[in-house]
Design a protein around this ligand. Structure first.
Ligand code: ADP
Length: 159
C-alpha cells in the first residue's frame, strides 16, 4: 500500500489543489493532506478552518485523510508510513522551487520520494494568494474554490 502525503498551507483550499488531489487518489491507496501549522507565520485562516474546508471539499473521496502538522514534512511522512510526498506544479517557476524542496527532503530521508503532478490548464493559474486578494475585493470566487469555501469566506468576512 503506497501512502502519499500532500502537504501545504491550503490557505484556503482551491480547485488547483483539488485537481491535483483528484488525480492522486487514483494512483495511491491513501492520500493524507497535511496542513502546515507554523506559529511563526501569520496565516489567513486558522488551521482548524483550513482543515474543515478541506474535509468538506473532499467528503466524496474515500481514501483521503486530513491532519495538521508542525515541523518537517519527512518526519510527518515517516510517522504515517508514507513513502511519497506529493506536490503540484503549475508552471516552471513552481518547478524551480519544488525541485529544490524535493532535493532537500530526499537528502533528509532517501526512502521518501517526491512525486509531482500537474493540474489541468484551467486550474493552473489558481493560487490561494489570488483567492485572498479576490476576497478582499468582494469578487465572485466560484471559478477558483468550491462553493463551501466561497460561502465560508464571505460569511467570515461578513460580506
Ligand atoms: P505551500 O505553502 O507549501 O506552497 P500551497 O497550499 O500553496 O502550500 O500548495 C500546496 C501544493 O499544491 C504545492 O505543491 C503547490 O505547488 C500546489 N498547488 C497549489 N495550487 C496549485 C494549482 N493551481 N495547480 C497545481 N498545483 C497547485
Amino acid at each position: 500500500m503506497t501512502i502519499a502525503i500532500y502537504a501545504g498551507s491550503f490557505d484556503p483550499v482551491t480547485y488547483g489543489h483539488l485537481d491535483i488531489l483528484k488525480n492522486s487518489v487514483d494512483i495511491f491507496e491513501k492520500v493524507i493532506i497535511a496542513v502546515a501549522y507554523n506559529p511563526e507565520k501569520k496565516a489567513f485562516l486558522p488551521v482548524e478552518d483550513r482543515i474543515k474546508l478541506i474535509k468538506e471539499s473532499t467528503k466524496h473521496i474515500s481514501n483521503v485523510e486530513v491532519y495538521s502538522f508542525e515541523g518537517l514534512t519527512v518526519e510527518f511522512a515517516k510517522k504515517h508510513n508514507a513513502s511519497v510526498l506529493l506536490r503540484g506544479l503549475r508552471n516552471s517557476a513552481d518547478f524551480e522551487y519544488e525541485n529544490q524542496l524535493a532535493q532537500i527532503n530526499l537528502s533528509l530521508n532517501s526512502n521518501i520520494r517526491t512525486v509531482f503532478l500537474t493540474s489541468k490548464p484551467q486550474y493552473s493559474f489558481i493560487s490561494s494568494s489570488c483567492v485572498k486578494e479576490l476576497v478582499s475585493h468582494k469578487q465572485n470566487l466560484s471559478k477558483y474554490v468550491p462553493e463551501c469555501v466561497e460561502k465560508f469566506l464571505y460569511k467570515k468576512f461578513d460580506y
